[in-house]
Design a protein around this ligand. Structure first.
Ligand code: 5GP
Ligand code: ZN
Length: 113
């Protein structure tokens, strides 16, 4: 398997690390869409959110707790931020290893593009 995020987690591709623990790795998006754009990625390879099962609930919940922690660290928690997880083609998913986008530091619009 030649998954770019698995390679980033292994350190085979360099990244700007924001947070790491036994289950999750977070790093700065290479093409930021906001002043804060961090990706929170499970170390376990899961292609899309559709491929998760009940057994992954704790892991998925943990990703959100990590996002909260990073949002607070980066000083955007009170102003507000957006968490996005794209799934499959029409959402714009381009990397097929589940990841949560943490976006903030500017006013967000709705509906999203
Ligand atoms: P998706 O479109 O799948 O929801 O999001 C994939 C994200 O991964 C994009 O925002 C893209 O900029 C980011 N990305 C793709 N390749 C790399 C990479 O090699 N390094 C980093 N840091 N981000 C990447
Ligand atoms: Zn992967």
């Amino acid at each position: 398997m030649n998954c770019i995020f698995c390679r980033i987690i292994k350190g085979e591709i360099s990244s700007k690390k924001v947070y790491e623990d036994d289950r999750v790795y977070a790093f700065e998006d290479i093409n930021p869409q906001a002043p804060v754009h961090t990706l929170i990625v499970p170390k376990k390879h899961i292609s899309t959110i559709l491929d998760t099962s009940e057994g992954d609930n704790e892991l998925i919940g943990h990703m959100f707790q990590v996002a909260n922690k990073i949002a607070r660290q980066k000083g955007i928690a009170e102003r507000g931020f957006r968490l996005v997880m794209n799934c499959n083609h029409e959402s714009g998913q381009t990397v097929f290893h589940v990841h949560l986008h943490l976006l903030g530091g500017r006013l967000m619009h709705w509906p999203p593009g």
